[in-house]
Design a protein around this ligand. Sequence first.
Ligand code: BGC
Length: 749
Amino acid sequence: MATDAAARRQTGPVRSDPAGVPVWTVSERVHAPGPDHHAETVYTVGNGYLCTRGTPEESGEDQWRTTFAHGVFDPVPLFVTELANLPDWTSLAITIAGEVFDTSRGEIVSFLRELDLRDGTLTREVVWRSPRGLTSILRFERFASLADEHLVALRVEVTPERAAPVRISSPLHSYAPSRGDGTTWVQHASPVATLVDGPAGRPDTIGLHVRTMAQHYEVAVALRHHARGDVTGQAHWELPGAPALVHDFAAGPAAPATLAKVGAYQTSRDGEADVAAAALRRAREAPTYEDVLAASRAAWARRWAACDVEIEGDDDAQLAVRFGLYHLIIAAPAHDDRVNIGAKTLSGFGYRGHVFWDTEIFMLPFFTYTMPDIARNLLDYRWHNLAGARTKAAGNGCAGAQYPWESADTGEEVCPAWLLGPDGVELVRIWTGDIELHISADIAYAAHQYWQVTGDDDWYYGHGADIILETAQFWASRPTLEADGRYHMRDVVGPDEYHEHVDDNAYTNAFARWHLTLAVALFEELRASRPERASALRRALGITDETLAQWSDIAGRMAVDHGEDGLIEQFEGYFDRTDVDLAAMEPRTRSVQAILGIEATNRTQVLKQPDVLMLLFLLRSEFDREALRRNYDYYTPRTDHRYGSSLGPAMSAIIAARAGLPEDAYQHFMLGAQAGLKDPRGNAADGIHGASCGGTWQAVVLGFAGLSVSEEGWTVDPRLPAHWRRVAFRFTHRGELQHVEIRNEELTA
Ligand code: BGC
């Protein structure tokens, strides 16, 4: 359910968007007292190397303050691994005339918090009257540099209404207390050393060097401070494992107290032996706050030039789309091909930073079409982790490589087998890590799509072929040939996770068939055009003519039923399950599974997400428009879109748009697009659901605009909602930037 605070957040321009200029800011003018974890997620800043939640600088009640850096995972004792919560650079303690700045005391005279999506800066301006009646203006600004991904920067300016002493202290703690969700309350990193640097007797830089408990990742952060104003004192304090720099100012209406910190993060994953020395060096060599900001702004401008989507006639949709793209950009590793984007990006504790099919099916297309270098990094993460996938396949008695349902740093399965259920008491068995198989085909699909859009033959016939062929070996070993002469895939979970232990899930089987067919074609292409590579693969993987014949045979006889009237049964026996009238369950604020329970929901036809519709979209060349309409009409009223999963709405939007129902499509689209901003499910405190951000981009570009890429080139087939006056977007096709503009029925490319 949407929280009050979420409802208060503006979805339109406040300050920096002159009338008529497309929206770029998420903002709020009303201060929400007390914890607001959703806001911490929304206002996350980052740069693809690290992200920091938008927790206010001053400490307060129950904050989920943290910085996450890609790839720095650490196991929770007796449980699974998760992203480590790292020392955080944003804390400040401010006193004005001896009174501690604390928004829960005194009075907030005015408040404006804004995230500028254009350049990734988060600002907050608070006019605060202290309990003793002194009014001050406090302006905060922070960002993570997109130009130099090791750098972060924050500035505060305090202006009291009359002359007053101001003290700004900048503390650094070895970790920010993580929330306790019943399973985790873990300090992942313990201090190795505190760091101090700068002129003798007057240090301007403090830092921390920490090491994670189990994996022994090393992380160092160094913060260099620049004070401006009438500085009357400066001191370096140190509690065990927690250094602080304190500045005293004589401030007044014409003499604000200003403190900027430019920080540098370094982890042992970066390959430098001495992380502490490297962080200190980076902080020392970094330019001023203003110069770091200018470079970051220029980098943001370059990013948006490659990927912006403009929607005229609908500011809410415009902002939601840009908000999603912003969150994808700040989570996307630009220079690292051994990490990937977790389901909740780097913006929260949800799903512990684990990587799911959310990347390949929902987020990756955005990168493939607009930032192919980043897409390749994300795909190479899977290539580097083939060993983990082989281990998983072998553990299940299968051949080849089976990708884990949840993946972290090593590529082994990290899906927890048990989790606390919705009542917070009972443990629930999680089957997805055991039997949700389709992710292996999803990854092959993404690899093939990357090749189609980019034409990157070297990658496709190299790493792409390794991924596709080894996972094909898995698909050839998992189904069973039965008495009816067909191959069946028993005991699986499809994308709709309300149904467990089902047979012949249509999505899984159709994808396995598609995958095996692709693998045969790919190997034949290799034999024809790159015989040496084909021979090497034949030797390494044991692929022979018999193998190819077997793959074709399995694909040809895979149990996939389209039904006589084009209606696809989601899995064997689905139509026999109880039909529930979802409308009759209204009003409700919880998922069907939370209301009915896991077992009872399993016995119904209610879906968490529209499995069959996803299949129709992804393998669209296999289905005609009638099939889209027929399946859309059947499955939509049975899908728990609002509370089930935020992955589904974008897919339903695309199918509805392609089936000629643009207004239906729009309703689905907005539900998915606003998942992070409006928090309809009440779970965005845990982080931004990256899949809904990526799905939103696909709904506009591949759904409403109908972009489609093939060997011959690309085409669009627009079906816009009636009130959208204009849609424009960019993408890169085979190395060339394309600009598409659709106005009503007119089309410019
Ligand atoms: C969805 C999965 C998804 C996962 C992570 C689950 O609730 O059912 O499809 O991969 O969340 O986002």
